[in-house]
Design a protein around this ligand. Structure first.
Ligand SMILES: O=c1ccn([C@@H]2O[C@H](COP(=O)(O)O)[C@@H](O)[C@H]2O)c(=O)[nH]1
Length: 241
């Protein structure tokens, strides 16, 4: 199965309250520019029907529901996601290696013609720094904890991780190019950080080792989302040249 190399590197986070708002933004974008990410707020509000409508517009969809539960429950959720035909789905690596292995096996069991959603795992949220981790009782630094969880993810046979761009280069070196580094916390130079703490510009992130960039508010709240995406894609092309 072809895992990564083709298709846009940018994944736009559709963090909207309902289907109408999400479809309005999607209609202003082009599937050649980006993939789309559907998270908790939108999926709880709009459900599987929205995924079908985004597919009908030609977009590949990352279903970002960050499953974190016992292995049997997560495996069932992954099978349900596969039935929606999404491009990518994710779990929390802190759910443990047995849970991640069970999730991977569940997806492999429903693969048709070798096709299944990519399965990646969240390491340390990009909204967290060392102090936030300590507040959760984790005594490792963000870099150490993210590396520990990425190692578990790799051992479990998943396709990659969600991490910040700050860790992406180390993970590419440790686990190889085919192990995806999907990085939120991406901010064009003049953009507001909001609640993100481990941030990087699109060009710097691709230069340092991200495989895909997740960008939400800098695109979705822009006057001209298409123009922002065009600029981001140009920055990515320059970084990869
Ligand atoms: O560590 C993580 C994991 C997921 N996210 C998600 O990415 C987008 C980022 O949106 P912005 O508006 O660009 O901040 C959002 O949907 C998060 O749920 C993350 O930010 N960090």
């Amino acid at each position: 199965m072809s895992l990564i190399s083709s298709g846009p590197r940018v994944i736009v986070a559709l963090d909207f309250p309902d289907a109408d708002a999400a479809l309005s933004l999607a209609s202003r974008l082009n599937p050649s520019q980006c993939r789309l990410k559907v998270g908790f707020e939108l999926f709880v509000s709009a459900g599987p029907a929205l995924i079908e409508r985004l597919h009908a517009l030609g977009f590949q969809v990352f279903l970002d529901l960050k499953f974190h539960d016992i292995p049997n429950t997560v495996a069932g959720a992954c099978r349900a996601a596969a039935r929606l035909g999404v491009w990518m789905v994710n779990v929390h690596a802190s759910g443990g290696r047995p849970m991640m292995e069970t999730a991977r096996e569940a997806l492999e069991s429903v693969a048709t013609s070798g096709q299944r959603p990519l399965l990646i795992a969240v390491t340390v949220l990009t909204s967290m720094d060392d102090g936030d981790l300590a507040g959760c009782g984790v005594t490792r630094t963000v870099a150490e904890q993210a590396h520990y969880l990425a190692t578990l993810t790799h051992e479990a046979g998943l396709d990659g991780v969600v991490c910040s761009a700050h860790e992406a280069g180390a993970f590419r070196t440790a686990f190889g190019e085919r192990f995806l580094r999907v990085t939120p916390g991406i901010r064009p130079a003049d953009a507001a950080l909001g609640d993100q703490k481990r941030v990087m510009t699109p060009g710097a992130a691709m230069g340092l080792g991200s495989s895909h960039l997740v960008i939400g508010r800098p695109v979705t709240q822009a006057q001209d989302p298409g123009a922002v995406l065009t600029a981001v894609n140009r920055e990515i092309a320059d970084a990869l040249a």
